[in-house]
Design a protein around this ligand. Structure first.
Ligand SMILES: Nc1ncnc2c1ncn2[C@@H]1O[C@H](COP(=O)(O)OP(=O)(O)OP(=O)(O)O)[C@@H](O)[C@H]1O
Ligand SMILES: [Mg+2]
Length: 363
């Protein structure tokens, strides 16, 4: 007898993916399917007493996060077996029905009920209100919102440099209670030291951390090469263009291989063409460095182009208004900006801002 198992695997909170695993075995006995597909591993076992009574449970090794060779852990799916009739013994190619499903990467950052109120001489300023957001490991998440809605404040809370007024932030399940040194930060201004060469500016990260300068130098040179600055290692900041300076500051932020990169409008001060190139450089660096990126921007197109998800915030006090999944393939190519799907996302986000009164079109 052939039993078809319909398992529901949750790929994202609130969503379910239906998969069918062919399952060969008498209903009375335990059965097991083991399948190796590189990192993809499925085992299923079932017991039962007769027609429609078989219960099967499936355990799945989750695919590795982007850029990592290792599986993230185990996911579990439970399903009700259903009899689908007699068929010849299952052949291997039927296994091809089993495809890797998109699975949730482990949460890297969990923001729960976070609010921030600044106390100033003129009174209180409520910058953020009840922010709930889970950032997955290896995810590129962008935050869009009108000026003053609390984007930079949220980034500072993530860095641990500023405490929240309410709620909690956990990174790798550990509550943040002070400055987090396991991060990289890039701001709109490159804040390079004018008296140090590009290479020395990158190396400052290792000097501050008192890490081995020999290997840091090697890594710094590698990073500068990745952003096409290998011929400018010894140039001083005043000999570099705005885009080159920002590339140096990104390399400085990545020197110690931070698992979490926080970027606050890093390309905001650059011209459009340089900005396009830096977006591509950043995506390449992300691919090679396996990290989670929290990216603030005012550009809807930039957010869509770079991200796995875009968080749209309301005007102050900032709340998470909507989170939009960007279902565009990677690697991202500039031509994707002409894709009708890309325009759809642009319209969707623009409409949210119109609804919030951020954009007003009447004259
Ligand atoms: N250190 C501070 N002390 C007092 N108020 C502050 C402080 N930092 C931020 N604020 C206030 O919090 C609110 C949010 O500021 P924030 O800089 O986070 O906004 P933003 O979304 O990053 O804006 P922009 O897009 O213009 O950079 C603003 O009203 C700002 O005046
Ligand atoms: Mg800001």
């Amino acid at each position: 007898m052939i039993i078809g198992l319909t398992a529901f695997v949750q790929t994202r909170p609130g969503r379910a993916t239906k998969k069918v695993w062919p399952y060969d075995g008498a209903a009375e006995r335990m059965a097991c399917i083991l399948l190796c597909r590189g990192w993809w591993f499925v085992s299923a076992s079932g017991t039962g007493g007769g027609k429609h009574q078989d219960r099967i449970s499936v355990s799945i090794m989750l695919p590795p996060p982007r850029n990592s060779g290792k599986p993230t852990g185990q996911g579990f799916a439970h399903g009700q077996a259903e009899e689908i009739g007699f068929r010849p013994k299952m052949r291997m190619n039927e296994m091809d029905m089993i495809r890797p499903v998109e699975t949730p990467a482990a949460p890297h950052v969990t923001i729960s009920g976070v609010s921030k109120t600044f106390r100033t001489r003129k009174g209180e300023v409520k910058a953020l209100s009840d922010i709930d957001l889970t950032i997955r490991r290896g995810e590129f998440i962008s935050v869009l919102g009108p000026s003053g809605c609390g984007k930079s404040t949220l980034l500072m809370l993530l860095s641990g440099l500023v405490p929240s007024s309410r709620g909690s932030i956990r990174v790798d399940e550990k509550a943040i209670s002070g400055p987090n040194s396991d991060i990289g930060i890039v701001f709109q201004q490159d804040v390079l030291l004018e008296w140090r060469s590009a290479l020395q500016n990158v190396l400052i990260q290792a000097e501050i951390r008192k890490s081995d300068l020999g290997s840091a130098r090697e890594r710094a040179q590698q990073l500068l090469k990745m952003v096409s600055l290998q011929d400018f290692e010894n140039a001083y900041p005043n000999e570099l263009s705005g885009g080159m300076r920002q590339r140096v500051s990104i390399c400085r932020a990545l020197l110690h291989r931070p698992p979490l990169l926080l970027m606050d409008e890093p390309f905001g001060a650059l011209d459009a063409m340089t900005r396009d190139q830096l977006q591509l450089d950043l995506l390449r660096l992300c691919k090679d460095n396996d990290m989670t990126v929290f990216f603030i921007t005012h550009s809807i197109q930039e957010a869509i182009f770079l991200s796995d998800r875009v968080v749209v915030m309301s005007p102050r006090p900032g709340r998470v208004e909507r989170i939009i999944d960007i279902d565009l393939p990677r690697p991202r190519r500039l031509a994707m900006r002409e894709d009708p799907k890309f325009s759809q996302y642009t319209h969707e986000i623009t409409d949210i801002f119109k609804g919030l009164g951020v954009f007003r079109e009447e004259v």
